[in-house]
Design a protein around this ligand. Structure first.
Ligand SMILES: NC(=O)c1ccc[n+]([C@@H]2O[C@H](COP(=O)([O-])OP(=O)(O)OC[C@H]3O[C@@H](n4cnc5c(N)ncnc54)[C@H](OP(=O)(O)O)[C@@H]3O)[C@@H](O)[C@H]2O)c1
Length: 349
């Protein structure tokens, strides 16, 4: 096994209990333990430099059934990130000192599966976690593969200022949408228009439902939904006949997963699914729900678009640095603190 000089201890956040409602001080604990000096076959010890947090972390902290198995209790919480190989069982593919990107954990040193890591490209940088990470894949696969968006269509995007939504707006524009309507909180709407939306509506405005009807003229062909709840409800009455809804996420309801369902927003307009003959289709950008081939194709197209400057995403750098602050960054993500991809720096190279 090849190694570099390692520190004696490693700090990492462990999941203590499945969440029933909002995350609390009891959900995670910061464990300090000796750094692994022997790396098992198929594993790589990675010094974590930056983590990118996904909203999907929150559903996996509950034991409610989902596409992803509940995160195992007593183990470090997952996150995608960028790091440097510190010790390796696979020196030919992951040599010590090489930079990698992939599935890591809320740790200073993460023990990762070699198969879950790929080489880091300096030209792409933090976009590995955004345009080329789950947000970019979700935008591309959700817009084209899942609901087949075509030139000339009217596209509505919720969570439009987020990491995923901001890429959807740019891809829809590049694909020739006739009109793009974004939905975001008021302070983030300018960024949505700057990315190419014709208009952006504040879902917190008292007149939101009427504003949406006016802006869409009830002619939405494709609704890319990141949010669910009241925005989805309002959108259901704005769809064209036989419109398609690409269900990417439902972030407005994530804090209640595993907890009290009486507070969850109940849809009032669900009969519109039948009355407007809608297709409502969920998707997940990981196998087996999306093939490796489909992911590879999307990564190749997105990589080209990033290098050519055709897709830009804003990267939000959490103001506090260090592994100690990762739970606060997750809280920030779930309460809309970020505009663009939520990242947190863990260490210098
Ligand atoms: N299906 C898949 O494979 C896949 C892959 C990646 C991501 N996703 C999903 O895509 C969604 C977006 O993820 P992301 O990484 O782009 O996250 P993000 O960067 O945090 O963006 C999410 C956006 O949602 C908005 N939001 C939060 N709470 C809201 C609420 N209650 N009502 C309305 N808007 C709210 C936030 O801004 P404002 O509220 O301030 O506007 C934020 O800009 C999530 O639901 C995530 O689970 C799915």
């Amino acid at each position: 096994m090849a190694t570099t000089q390692l520190p004696k201890t490693n700090k990492e956040w462990i999941l203590n209990e499945y969440v029933k409602g909002p995350i609390s001080d009891k959900t995670f604990s910061l464990k300090e333990s000796p750094v692994e000096t022997t790396v098992p076959d198929g594993k790589v010890l990675v010094k974590v430099l930056t983590l990118g947090l996904e909203p999907a972390i929150r559903p996996s902290l509950s034991d409610e059934p989902s596409y992803r198995a509940p995160h195992p209790l007593g183990t470090p919480v997952w996150a995608y990130g960028i790091g440097v190989v510190a010790a390796t069982s696979t020196p030919s593919t992951h040599p010590v000192g090489s930079k990698v990107v992939g599935l890591l954990s809320w740790s200073q040193y993460a023990l990762a599966d070699a198969t879950a890591l790929r080489p880091y490209n300096e030209q792409i940088g933090l976009q590995h976690l955004s345009a080329l990470g789950a947000p970019g894949l979700a935008a591309h696969i959700g817009l084209f593969n899942n609901v087949g968006m075509k030139k000339g269509e009217v596209v509505l995007v919720s969570g439009a200022a987020g990491a995923t939504g901001s890429i959807v707006v740019q891809l829809a524009k590049a694909a020739g949408a006739s009109k793009i309507i974004g939905v975001a909180s008021k302070s983030k709407c300018q960024s949505v228009v700057d990315n190419g939306a014709d208009v952006c509506l504040d879902y917190g405005a008292p007149s939101f439902e009427e504003d949406l009807i006016k802006a869409t003229e009830r002619k939405v062909d494709v609704f890319f939904d990141n949010v669910g709840g009241l925005v989805l409800d309002a959108a259901l009455v704005c769809m064209a006949k036989q419109g398609r809804i690409s269900v990417c996420g439902a972030i407005s309801g994530y804090q209640s997963i595993g907890g009290d369902k009486s507070q969850v927003y109940a849809l009032k307009n669900h009969t519109m699914i039948l009355r407007s003959v809608l297709t409502v289709k969920g998707f997940i950008v990981m196998p087996p729900y999306t093939s490796q081939e489909g992911i590879g194709k999307a990564v190749a197209e997105l990589g080209k678009a990033v290098v050519e400057g055709k897709v830009k995403t804003s990267i939000y750098k959490f103001p506090e640095e260090g592994v100690e602050h990762v739970p606060a960054a997750l809280h920030g993500l779930l309460t809309g603190q970020n505009t663009g991809k939520m990242t947190i720096k863990i260490a210098d190279e």
